[in-house]
Design a protein around this ligand. Sequence first.
Ligand SMILES: NC(=O)c1ccc[n+]([C@@H]2O[C@H](COP(=O)([O-])OP(=O)(O)OC[C@H]3O[C@@H](n4cnc5c(N)ncnc54)[C@H](O)[C@@H]3O)[C@@H](O)[C@H]2O)c1
Length: 381
Amino acid sequence: MAKKKLNVGLIGYGFMGRTHSNAYRKVGNFFDLDYEVVTKAVCARNEERLKSFADQWGYESTETDWRKLVERDDIDLIDIGSPNDTHQEIAIAAAEAGKMILCEKPLARTGEEAKPMVDAVEKAGVPNMVWYNYRRVPAVTLAKQLIDEGRLGKIFHYRSKFLQDWTISEDLPQGGEGLWRLDVNVAGSGVTGDLLAHNIDTAIWLNGSIDSVSALTETFIKERQHSLTGKVEKVGIDDACIFMAEFKNGSLGNFESTRYARGHKALYDFEINGEKASIAWDLHDMNRLAYFDHGDDSIVRGWRSIHVTDGDQPYMDKWWVPGLIIGYEHTFIHQVADFLEGVAKGEPASPTFKDALETQYICDAVLKSGKSRAWEKVQKV
Ligand SMILES: NC(=O)c1ccc[n+]([C@@H]2O[C@H](COP(=O)([O-])OP(=O)(O)OC[C@H]3O[C@@H](n4cnc5c(N)ncnc54)[C@H](O)[C@@H]3O)[C@@H](O)[C@H]2O)c1
């Protein structure tokens, strides 16, 4: 049977523009879907670079104004891969135009900015999803399966960190291409919205809602030259953040993120301790899940390292043969596949905009607590 065509209009050809484009090109080769993704158009503001990106990734057409893209009748899905300050306006316009929407994380700069996005997609009734791609690492999906099966029993502890070291130099400017993450007006926040949002999304997926938080935030370098104005300006982002969390299920959370951990480029990890078992995962060794089962015979009991590459483990029947690994880019392919399966069945694929709003509210409470130095309640979605 001929597959239904689904025309994608991508906004932004940066880091995420490449991961998403790769996913659109590969997904139909590895997953048996009702839809065939067509890379119909890509949008960014620099026409020359845009054309070369379109040629390299097989986009049929280009637009330099996202509004034109959103208005086009031949586009079914708008994919927002541009910086955080652009998400709200584009998403609301796309929802009003009746497009399906995939939006990069964080959903917006704040919960207040994100809420109208949720309202807009719900009012329009359009399929929507946020690219919290780490849910689709097979080992992380397996962790979810083990928890849902009750193998950990009651969960006591959830600890997680995301460490980088790329902003240690005080000569690094803020703002503009490649450095918009340091400009609070564009990014909304620093490590909290950029990195901890991932830890939080995974945490609430695996361990449920967070009720309240207590945070310590720091901006180590207070002023930086702005790439666009040339002036030395105050730095408004959090360079580092440590927070404690009270989960609704009674477990204690402990989170840390910084861009000042010399030697770490992207160390994202988590460990969960339950009554019956513990699990741990680390992005540097992403195909493995560490698992300790207290129910094992005591003389062989210990942490095992599960190589999540077998056909009966999440997503792996779609790839090579047992024992062969996959990588970072596959998480985006899995996410597109799940989204399209959801569209075919008329079911949402997680995390939806509404799911991502919960993460946004937790980030807000963390940043608020960083200022107040008091415990802060998380706003309910
Ligand atoms: N899921 C993840 O793990 C992950 C990883 C990195 C970034 N992100 C998110 O993806 C988004 C983009 O980040 P990135 O690292 O790809 O950034 P980037 O700087 O590499 O690329 C941003 C792109 O957006 C384009 N752009 C900016 N303003 C635009 C506008 N008004 N109209 C059209 N295009 C515009 C730029 O030209 C560029 O192509 C951010 O929201 C970021 O938080 C998510």
